[in-house]
Design a protein around this ligand. Structure first.
Ligand code: HDE
Length: 711
């Protein structure tokens, strides 16, 4: 049986082959072999009928197997996480590129070239319950546990670089405001309700994170296509105690891509597990997701060089000001064997640090350092959860903590205290490789007061807004309008608008117009530059790897043409599926057969990145009279996805209302990402594929105007 925990996460290629083989075998991991027993190891002869008096008589208490079975079942749920309840996890490794960080940190896992440190990563949504949909508008958690040789280091980050509040004492207020309202527990996993926006209107420090939340970043196409950020300013520390401020960044190899809001809502119904499934399936297929770890370093003597406070978690350090320096790569190459044992029971904690990494006095971080352990004590049933396989360090563990619920170890000896002579002084205190807290001199009066340096709430939201491309800006306006449109209390809508008016006049005007609200009087707004690194349209990579393409086909399809297109796209790493009105196989118009992957009416265009309609004098009329096929094409077109058609296939595009220029010869026409050619079979030009790949790689064609398409 595959081993739980971090131990066997290295050696990606072997994993790759095994995973592929297991997939072919039809089962990824074999479950325990052997005979069914009770928890005490007693074999049972029957587990389908309880022991009773006669065939129709009462059930007997002496049936210990039945009692054990139901009792265990009764206790199979643990409290879900109070935030970040829904998630998906995977194992992998981290490897530094070189030792260039060695002058800043004693952390060996960051500075030993070629050293692969096992990791477990859990991605999550924040507000929804465990059973909520993946594609909601929300921040995504991006938490990484590094099982280093010097103990576990957890980088518990998000896919957005700023947080909603500055001081941890406000966390319960913020979470209560964004979670479903307490009287009716509505809405589930959604920020579009009165209490959140009430809070926002009164707490302007939220505005920067709110801008990110209203942006496309809140709707990731895939966990594999989002950035990750440590958010806080942390500290790298050398062996001799010298500190350097640091911000951590994860950059995905596949670029940063998002869904449209309309798609998100439809995907939530079509496949609530969309992001989870995507992560699982691609790892199973050996398409291992990869991120680059980068750092922004600020020497301590430059702490006050910025027009914001480095300790304020609602601020970024613009990358144009302090560039992100690449450090190493992380690859995820193994799915967990059991969701509960691993993904549910994993316990991340910001205070899990190793020599070479330390905290700062960020008042949000300090609360987190208390909160994670505290919540895990109840969620995981006592103080010994670090012994669970997914939480267990690969470093040796020796403590004097022998007792408590669910102790898994049998500690030997008489002494569970330090210092001792009876136990030979063990465990001894090491003098090398130890964690030493960063030394700082602190002097001050006890005081409850937000630092003055934290009080600029409007500049960075303005910087974010002004750094967006026009299409991203349109999406932000639409998001504010959707969210505030759901707010029932008109005064709250106006109060939020008044806040936006202090960020940027253009933003306020556009939102006011959409909501039909009176525009507040103009007030001075911050002067800012722009930061191109904030716009995700600048973060595409040109790759089409793992992009999902639907080929719509029916009996009579051009099998040769389809095969040419399929092999060209799969060779570039894309995933191509044949969708047809019926399952099984399709017969080709000029001979041949095609295996059907999915029945058309069980899928939806929102589950794919692109659609292709191949030629087929018989197949295309079938599809043109099939409402699912027509809607499929119209919807993909509306969502600005690459749409390709060759030969007769173009007729279906016309039926679907695609209003672009189509090829009138065998040449290829690319009209706003709609790629067409009248050629088919062996004559299909390579350029058809090239244009399709180009459109797919840029993710969407935003030049297309499709407001009028009814899909
Ligand atoms: Fe968390 N957060 N958080 N958070 N957080 C938790 O810990 C908390 C914050 C983040 O996949 C909880 O074990 C406080 C920022 C992630 O298991 C809890 C404050 C960032 C995860 C908790 C914050 C995060 C959590 C709930 C403000 C991004 C999921 C269950 C002072 C840098 C980890 C648990 C996983 C989970 C507290 C703010 C990220 C309650 C008090 C900022 C990714 O302890």
């Amino acid at each position: 049986m595959a081993q739980n925990g971090p131990e066997n996460t290295q050696n990606g290629n072997a994993q790759n082959n095994n995973a592929k083989q297991a997939q072919l075998d039809g089962a990824r991991v074999k479950r325990d072999e052997g005979y069914l027993t009770t928890q005490q190891g007693v074999r049972v002869d029957h587990t389908d009928d309880a022991l009773s008096v006669g065939e129709r008589g009462p059930t007997l208490l002496e049936d210990f197997h039945a009692r054990e079975k139901i009792t265990h079942f009764d206790h199979e749920r643990i409290p879900e996480r109070v935030v970040h309840a829904r998630g998906a996890g995977a194992y992998g490794y981290f490897e530094p590129y070189d030792d260039s960080l060695a002058e800043f940190t004693a952390a060996k896992f960051l500075t030993t070239p070629g050293k692969q440190t096992p990791v477990f990563v859990r991605f999550s949504t924040v507000a929804g319950s465990r059973g909520s949909a993946d594609t909601v508008r929300d921040v995504r958690g991006f938490a990484t546990k590094f099982y280093t040789d010097e103990g576990n280091y957890d980088l518990v980050g998000n896919n957005m670089p700023v947080f909603f509040i500055q001081d941890g004492i406000k966390f319960p207020d913020f979470v209560h405001a964004v979670k479903p309202e307490p009287h009716n527990e509505i809405p589930q996993a959604a920020s579009a309700h009165d209490t959140l926006w009430d809070f926002v209107s009164l707490q302007p420090e939220t505005l920067h994170a709110i801008m990110w939340l209203m942006s496309d970043r809140a709707l990731p196409r895939s966990y594999r296509m989002m950035q990750g950020f440590g958010v806080h300013t942390f500290r790298l520390v050398t062996a001799d105690g010298k500190g350097t401020f640091v911000k951590f960044h994860w950059t995905p190899k596949l670029g940063v891509h998002s869904l449209l809001w309309d798609e998100c809502q439809k995907v939530a119904g079509n496949d609530p597990d969309f992001n989870r499934r995507d992560l699982w399936d691609t790892i199973e297929a050996g398409d291992y997701p990869e991120w680059e770890l980068g750092v922004q370093l600020v020497p301590e003597e430059n702490e006050f060089d910025f027009d914001f406070d480095l300790l304020d978690a609602t601020k970024i350090i613009p990358e144009e000001q302090v560039p992100v320096r690449p450090v190493g790569k992380m690859v995820l190459n193994r799915n967990p064997d059991n969701f509960f044992a691993e993904t549910e029971q994993v316990a991340f904690h910001t205070a899990n640090v190793v020599p070479g990494i330390d905290f700062t006095n960020d008042p949000l971080l300090q609360f987190r350092n208390f909160s994670y352990l505290d919540t895990q004590l109840i969620r995981l049933g006592g103080p010994n959860f670090a012994q669970l396989p997914v939480n267990r360090p690969v470093a040796d563990v020796h403590t004097n903590q022998y007792d408590g619920y669910s102790q898994q170890k049998i500690h030997r000896g008489r002494t569970s205290y330090h210092k001792n002579t009876l136990g030979g002084g063990c465990p001894a205190i090491a003098d090398e490789g130890v964690f030493r807290h960063y030394t700082q001199r602190l002097d001050g009066e006890t005081i409850r007061k937000r630092a003055e340096s934290f009080k600029n709430y409007y500049s960075q939201p303005a910087l974010f807004w002004r750094s967006m491309s026009e299409v991203e800006a349109e999406h932000i306006v639409a998001a504010f309008s959707f969210e505030l449109g759901k707010v029932e209390t008109v005064e709250i809508r106006s109060a939020v608008l008044a806040q936006l008016n202090r960020v940027d006049r253009d933003l306020a005007e556009r939102v006011a117009e959409q909501l039909g609200l009176p525009l507040p009087d103009a007030v001075p707004t911050p002067e800012t530059t722009t930061s191109p690194a904030l716009s995700q349209v600048n973060l595409a990579t040109g790759s089409i790897a793992t992009r999902k393409i639907a080929v719509l086909a029916a009996d009579g399809v051009d099998v040769k043409g389809v095969e040419t297109v399929m092999s060209a796209l799969t060779n570039r790493g894309a995933i191509v599926e044949i969708l047809a009105p019926h399952g099984g196989t399709l017969s080709g118009g000029s001979g041949g057969e095609l295996a059907v992957d999915r029945v058309l009416n069980t899928m939806a265009s929102v589950l794919y990145d692109a659609v292709i309609v191949p030629c087929g004098p018989d197949s295309v009329p079938t599809l043109s009279s099939d409402g699912y096929a027509v809607h499929f094409v119209a919807e993909a077109y509306k969502h600005a996805k690459a749409v390709g058609a060759f030969g007769k296939g173009v007729d279906l595009l016309r039926t679907a209302g695609v209003s672009e220029e189509f090829a009138d010869g065998t040449d290829v026409t690319n009209s706003n990402g709609v790629i067409s050619s009248t050629a088919a079979q062996d004559d299909l030009p390579d350029q058809f594929i090239e244009e399709l790949v180009k459109s797919l790689a840029q993710h969407r064609d935003w030049a297309r105007r499709t407001e009028a398409i009814p899909a």
